[in-house]
Design a protein around this ligand. Structure first.
Ligand code: NAD
Length: 329
């Protein structure tokens, strides 16, 4: 195995442009070129990054080991199929596809052709979350809010598949128990599909996640609150800030505690609340996930979000979307 991966980007619109930029800076990656059905876009990006603008996807595929697929979600399955059947590793932007049938096809082809599939659930690489890696997260209840001002980009799929799927993936990464039940509703405000959605997911182990997503908000919000035995964690993915509140056995009036009076715990013992703000090391999440992909191809790492995780998030997202539509009948 060489120590560099020849890579190409398919789709250099809003996000693909950033993929190409980061790949051009990753030491172990050799950005061979880009392809976009809008050839003018490919030419601009290629010129900026001193790489090649390919005139056909077939040509790009035949010159690389791996591809980053950053085309609109409805096109992921066809582009991925073409790359994987040519035995190329793929990084697919989220959501992996628009249906679980498409996701299953991608996964079965990848298995057959022994290629890596990684999915762009970027929040898993958010430094505010990574700062909590030493913490044992076993939530009983999760409250999530993700809001964004309206933009026409991304409206080719409902808000559940565009925004909520980020949080579905996070919740599934925190709670390792099968989904028992889903209650969901939503409304359409600016598009013909659902723009604001709320889902309450109940897991077999009793844990609950309540997720609210909107793409018609004034301000951007991306926050998670996690409640578990003797622990409360908040993560602000936008501000890059995590805060931890722990209830611990303490002596009377411990100066480190944020509340002077001890509380009586469930076990009848004295508890005090302690606050911690983990150090967040600022890093670009997109660059880190692409590095993870490149290192996985080189055999040094495994994808943090593989195709199966991408499929699992999509499956729950579609069940939520179906529940919402059922409520509209
Ligand atoms: P975009 O519309 O800005 O760009 C898509 C580009 O793909 C366009 O330049 C278009 O010409 C090109 N294209 C369309 N069909 C193609 C094909 N068959 N082959 C080659 N090029 C093709 O869209 P975007 O906002 O960059 O989103 C692209 C993908 O990235 C979507 O799946 C979206 O969900 C995802 N996305 C993820 C995040 C994230 O936070 N991870 C953020 C934004 C978008």
């Amino acid at each position: 195995m060489t120590n560099s991966v020849k890579i190409g980007v398919v789709g250099v619109g809003h996000l693909g442009n950033h993929h190409a930029f980061h790949l051009s800076k990753i030491k172990e990656a050799n950005l061979v070129g880009v392809f976009d059905v809008d050839q003018a876009k490919a030419v601009i990006v290629a010129k900026e990054l001193k790489t090649n603008a390919f005139e056909s996807i077939e040509d790009l595929i035949s010159n690389v080991d791996a591809l980053s697929i950053v085309t609109p979600t409805p096109t992921h399955v066809d582009v991925a199929k073409m790359c994987i059947t040519n035995k190329r590793h793929v990084f697919i932007e989220k959501p992996i596809a628009t249906t679980t049938r498409e996701a299953d096809l991608i996964l079965s082809l990848a298995k057959k052709h022994k290629t890596i599939v990684q999915v762009g659930h970027i929040e898993r690489f958010n430094p505010a979350l990574l700062a909590l890696s030493g913490l044992d997260i076993t939530p009983k209840y999760i409250e999530v809010h993700r809001m964004a001002p309206f933009m026409s980009r991304g409206t080719d799929v409902p808000v559940v598949l565009d925004l909520m799927i980020h949080d579905i993936d996070l919740v599934l990464s925190f709670i390792s128990s099968p989904v028992e039940d889903i209650y969901a509703n939503g409304v359409s405000i600016m598009t013909n599909s659902i723009d604001i959605a709320n889902a309450r997911i109940k897991f077999q182990n009793g844990s609950i996640a309540n997720i609210t997503s909107s793409r018609v908000a004034k301000d951007r919000v991306r926050k998670i609150k996690i409640f578990q035995q003797d622990l409360y964690v908040t993560i602000d993915f936008l501000a890059g800030l995590s805060e931890v509140y722990k209830a611990m056995d303490a002596h009377q009036n411990d100066p480190q505690a944020i509340m002077s009076a001890p509380l009586i715990g469930k076990d009848g013992k004295n508890r005090q609340i302690f606050y911690e703000k983990p150090t967040v090391t600022k890093k670009d999440a997109l660059k880190m996930e692409l590095k993870n992909f490149v290192q996985s191809i080189l055999g040094n790492e495994t994808p943090l979000v593989d195709g199966h995780a991408g499929r699992q998030a999509l499956d729950v997202a579609i069940k939520i979307q179906d529940k919402i539509l059922e409520g509209h009948k």
